[in-house]
Design a protein around this ligand. Sequence first.
Ligand code: NDP
Length: 281
Amino acid sequence: MAQIIDGKAISAQIREEMKQEVVRLKEQGICPGLAVIIVGEDPASKVYVRNKKKACEEIGIYSVVHELSEQTSEEELLALVRQLNGDERINGILVQLPLPKHLNSDLIINNISPNKDVDAFHPFNVGKIMIGDYDFLPCTPAGVMELIERSGVDVNGKNCVVVGRSNIVGKPQAMLLLQKNGTVTICHSRTKNLAEICRSADILVAAVGKEAIITADMVKEGAVVIDVGMNRNAEGKLCGDVDFAAVEKKASFITPVPGGVGPMTITMLLKNTLKAATLKK
Ligand code: NDP
C-alpha cells in the first residue's frame, strides 16, 4: 500500500517557514507585495484569486487585487501591467488566466517585467529554467518537486515519465526532473505505447486532465505517482488523472486529489513572491 503524500500538510509546513522568512525580510525593511489582476467574471478564477489573496494575508505578504470588467481593452490591461511594473510596493504581478478571448494572453504576459513574473510564464524566465539558472519556477511543477523531495524521494538516476507537455505543467516538470538528474520521458496525445512507457517509470507524473487515464496496469510496483490532474467525475466530484484506489495498492508513494498537488500551487506562488522581493532591482 502506498504512502499518501499529504500536500496540505507539506504546504502548511512550507507556509510556516515562509511566515518566519517574511518577518526576517520586514526586519530588513523589505515588505513583499503581490498584485493579482483578474479580468471578467469566471467563477473558478474568482475563487483562485480570493484564495491567493487570503494566502498572502496569512503569511504577511501585502497583496492587492485588480478586478477588471470583461470589456477591458488590451490597452487598458497593458497600461495597468506597466503601472505595476513600476510600482515599488509590488514585487510580483500575476495575471489570472484564462483571459477573455479578445485579450492576447501572450502579449500581456510578455509585458510583465521578468523580475516580477511570479508565475514564471514570461519567455525570459522560461529560457532561464531551460538553462537551469532561474529566479522563479512555475508554481505547479515546483510544487511537485517539493512534494517529491520532502517525501524523501531522490530523483537522481530514476526513470521519470511525465504525461502531458503543456507549457505550464508538463514541459517545465520534465525540465525540473532532468535538473535533478532524472532520466526523463515526456508523453502526450500522440505517444504510442503509453502504458508501456508509464510502466518503465520509477516516478510517474500525470498532467493530462482526463479522469483515471492512468490505470494500475500502467504503474510499476513501487513507483512514485504524482497526480496533477484536476477533473470532475460523473458525480461532479473533484478527481485526478490516476485511478487512485487501484494504483494506491501498487505505488510506493502517491498524491491524492484533492489534497495533493493542488494545495502546493499557491504556496509556490508565495515562495516566488518572496524571491522577487529579494531580487536586486
Ligand atoms: P493541457 O490541456 O494544456 O495539456 C494536457 C496534456 O495532456 C497535453 O500535452 C496533451 O497532449 C496530453 N494528453 C491529452 N490526452 C492524452 C492522452 N490520451 N494520452 C497522453 N497524453 C494526453 O493541460 P494542463 O497541462 O494545463 O493541465 C493538465 C491537468 O492538470 C488538468 O487537469 C489541469 O486542470 C491540471 N492542473 C492542475 C493544477 C494544480 O494546481 N493541481 C495546475 C495546473 C493544471 P498534446 O500536447 O498532444 O495535446
